[in-house]
Design a protein around this ligand. Structure first.
Ligand code: AMP
Ligand code: GLY
Length: 425
């Protein structure tokens, strides 16, 4: 089959690495891709927001199946448009993608189907929102509806902080003024990410993971797109995984099917594991980045048939196997990230680093400049490793990091600390 992957980050590199290894793959393309992806796939300079251009390329290159990485095109309806043009695609329709695109939609769906999540109210104006916050007290969580690249959430520890967040969101502090906000109770527990493959009728568990959002060691400093991750999340025992499938994933798949918008694709549940069990923080409708990079290292089965089964509603008896190992990734970012940083700085030692046992390096934001790989974004490399424990995967990943010569890059030195502390116990 001829396959096209849409996207250009570490997530898409990991997907390309896995799909390129499938015996079903005849020719693999990625649009727009990056310098690392170019080792696995032919990169195509397409604007993936231009659905007509993507469709024209698919017809010309005789693409049999499209795998969509990021949420932007999914929420913009690229799967609907591809399928309408007769091209099979992996991922949810625009309607089903509202699970990520609209927090209000998801919260209402949870309430109507008794899916455990924080109690909440939706507001279209600041006055009523502030009155609610004063009534509820702090800590309390304020969220803007719509995609906000992870910046639309304020966990307020005082009423004054919550009121300021409400004003900021309605006044356009996130770029455009929020048309609606959701205010919800603050949950207490340990966070974990959970991934399931869905086919509209049913779902199968993929894996759990945990990521590190803060830029600095000890989980300090500003939030980022993620500075590292590992899988599995030690808190996700077999019993907890089953509870998540039974209490959160299956009810969601059933509710969307009943509503006439069956969900196909990856359901990525952000969870808070509280003393009362798993609670949903939010849904994403796509593979996580950088969680996918580590999950692909543990996946024993061929990924491509699973993605096709998701599209074709054939997951019912599908058996997806993972290695029992752990995997961990350290994100290397350009100095200054998540603030201002330079592009175009030179990176050496990548081949040497990739020789470390169990290591795989995925590119998140790179470009080829003659013989050199140069940085082309904030988060630039995902140095990943498999091991028999998170501790061993961490040791291998940092051994590889230390062979990379990139004076303009940095990384956290403590990725996996929570899991490793648990392993020691
Ligand atoms: P989200 O973008 O919804 O994933 O939220 C970003 C982060 O805010 C989450 O990863 C949590 O750390 C935190 N958060 C969101 N909602 C809540 C909540 N109801 N209670 C506690 N923390 C939350
Ligand atoms: N790692 C979080 C995300 O992909 O949204």
């Amino acid at each position: 089959m001829n396959i096209l992957i849409l996207g250009s980050g570490g997530r898409e590199h990991a997907l390309a690495w896995k799909i390129a290894a499938s015996p079903l793959t005849a020719k693999l393309y990625c649009a727009p891709g990056n310098a690392g992806i170019a080792r696995e796939a032919e990169c195509v300079a397409l604007d993936i927001a231009d659905h007509a251009a993507v469709i024209a390329f698919c017809k010309q290159a005789k693409i049999d199946f499209v795998v969509v990485g990021p949420e932007g095109p999914l929420c913009a309806g690229i799967v609907d448009d591809l399928e309408a043009a007769g091209i099979k695609a992996f991922g949810p329709t625009k309607w089903a993608a509202r699970l990520e695109g609209s927090k209000g939609f998801t919260k209402d769906l949870c309430k109507a189907n008794k899916i455990p999540t924080a109690a909440y109210e939706r507001f279209k104006g600041a006055a009523a929102a502030k009155e609610y916050v004063r009534k509820q007290g702090a800590p309390i969580v304020v969220k803007a509806d719509g995609l906000a690249a992870g910046k639309g959430v304020v966990v307020a520890s005082t009423v004054a902080e919550a009121e300021a967040a409400i004003d900021m969101m309605f006044d356009g502090g996130l770029g455009t003024p929020a048309w609606e906000i959701v205010i919800e109770d603050c949950m207490v527990g340990e966070e974990a990410s959970f991934f399931a493959l869905c086919d509209g009728d049913t779902a199968i568990q993929l894996a759990s993971a945990q990521d590190h959002k803060r830029v600095g060691d000890g989980d300090t400093g500003p939030n980022t797109g993620g500075m590292g991750a590992y899988t599995p999340a030690p808190i996700m025992t077999p019993d907890m995984n089953k509870r998540v499938m039974d209490e959160i994933i299956f009810p969601t798949v059933n509710a969307l099917k009943k509503a006439g918008a069956p969900f196909k694709g990856v359901l990525f549940a952000g969870l808070m594991i509280t003393k009362d069990g798993p609670q949903l923080i939010e849904y994403n409708v796509r593979f996580g980045d950088p969680e996918t990079q580590v999950i692909m290292l543990r996946l024993m089965s061929d990924l491509l048939p699973a993605l096709i089964a998701s599209r074709d509603s054939q997951l019912k008896n599908f058996d997806l196997r993972l290695y029992p190992d752990a995997a961990l990734t350290v994100v290397m970012a350009a100095r200054g990230y998540p603030g201002n940083y330079n592009k175009g700085t030179s990176i050496d030692g990548l081949d040497d680093a990739a020789q470390v046992e169990g290591v795989e390096i995925f590119h998140a934001g790179t470009r080829r400049d003659g013989d050199h790989i140069v940085a082309n974004g904030g988060r630039v490399l995902n140095v990943c490793a498999r091991g028999n424990s998170v501790a061993q995967a961490q040791q291998r990943a940092y051994a590889a990091v230390d062979k990379i010569k990139w004076p303009d890059g940095f990384c956290r030195r403590d990725i996996g600390w929570q899991a490793i502390a648990r392993e020691r116990k």
